[in-house]
Design a protein around this ligand. Structure first.
Ligand code: NAD
Length: 291
């Protein structure tokens, strides 16, 4: 049993903290939302009255917060001053690579050990404990983080040094965003050319156009396995979150001068789709904007 502080009990963190408690860990939870904190207490966590209180005496600190600025604020405001030497900090939030690296450096300067461990998988996977973690940090830090993350996921992969988890996450999601747009425009065009969507799905799923966005997450209702398209694009991976990840990917691309024309175009299209009021729909709903 490990003593774990868990900060950020929202859509994702709530289920993750519950799974750590279910695995027998001593979880001291904190969130600015009293409602989220109450749910965590009902799920077997100990509700702390502040982040500092949760962190004091913990061996591991897990954060699941909206963006880089929140993680830095919690680290600088509470974690660095309250954590015991050599405490392991695991940030599971999706944040920019530069902030993840800066936070790891700042933690190390304070005698703490940090990894970035963003996730693949949504709220259902967080609740079910079937997330995939991509971890950036030293081999020793990864070895310490792995058993904790395993209690919340089905796969824990060491991506490389500090920031490598975030880099892997946004590269994957840039590919996903671009391939989803490509899948959507292809189905729209196939239909205009008189092809039956199911027939085209059967052909392309077995041909060289095959990709996850089509075969496993088909954006056309009634075609392929059951997906958010079959639920009027409710649930799944929200357009707002895809756009967040694409913006992070563009920021990272600029920082290393990478040429990403498809990623840029996908970002522009998701910007427009979200601005038209669709940010709550699953990201495959972008097919509705492609005529
Ligand atoms: P969320 O907004 O539901 O939860 C964030 C929680 O952090 C909220 O409960 C908020 O009150 C809390 N919080 C904010 N600042 C705080 C502070 N200073 N101290 C304590 N608590 C604070 O967000 P989410 O959907 O759970 O996502 C969390 C992270 O996971 C994000 O970085 C997101 O990009 C990433 N992610 C989300 C999904 C998804 O499907 N929702 C999937 C993969 C990754």
């Amino acid at each position: 049993m490990t003593s774990i502080a868990f900060i950020g009990l929202g859509n994702m963190g709530g289920g993750m903290a519950a799974n750590l408690a279910k695995a027998g860990h001593d979880v001291r939870a904190f969130d600015l939302s009293a409602e989220a904190l109450e749910r965590a207490a009902e799920a077997g966590c100990l509700a702390a009255t502040s982040a500092a209180e949760a962190v004091t005496g913990a061996e591991v600190v897990v954060t699941m917060l909206p963006a880089g600025r929140h993680v830095t604020a919690v680290y600088e405001g509470d974690v660095f001053s309250s954590a015991a030497p050599a405490t392991l900090l695991i940030d599971c939030s999706t944040i920019d690579v530069a902030t993840a690296r800066a936070n790891a450096g700042a933690a190390s300067a304070k005698g703490l050990v940090a990894v970035d461990a963003p996730v693949s998988g949504g709220i259902a996977a967080a609740n079910a404990g079937t997330l995939t973690f991509m971890v950036g940090g030293s081999a020793d830090a990864f070895a310490r983080a792995e058993p904790i993350l395993a209690a919340m996921g089905k796969a824990v992969i060491h991506a490389g040094g500090a920031g490598a988890g975030q880099a892997a996450k946004i590269c994957n999601n840039m590919l996903l965003g671009a391939s989803m747009v490509a899948t959507c425009e292809t189905f729209a065009m196939a239909q205009k050319l008189g092809l039956d969507p199911q027939t085209f799905f059967d052909i392309a799923s077995k041909a060289s156009g095959q990709c996850w966005s089509m075969t496993s997450y088909c954006p056309v209702p009634g075609v392929g396995p059951e997906t958010p398209a079959d639920r009027d694009y409710q649930g799944g991976f929200a357009t707002a979150l895809m756009l967040k990840d694409l913006r992070l990917a563009m920021e990272a691309a600029r920082s290393v001068d990478a040429d990403v024309p498809m990623g840029e175009r996908a970002t522009e299209l998701y910007e427009a789709f979200a601005a038209a009021g669709n940010d709550g729909l699953d990201f495959s709903a972008i097919i509705r904007s492609l005529d």
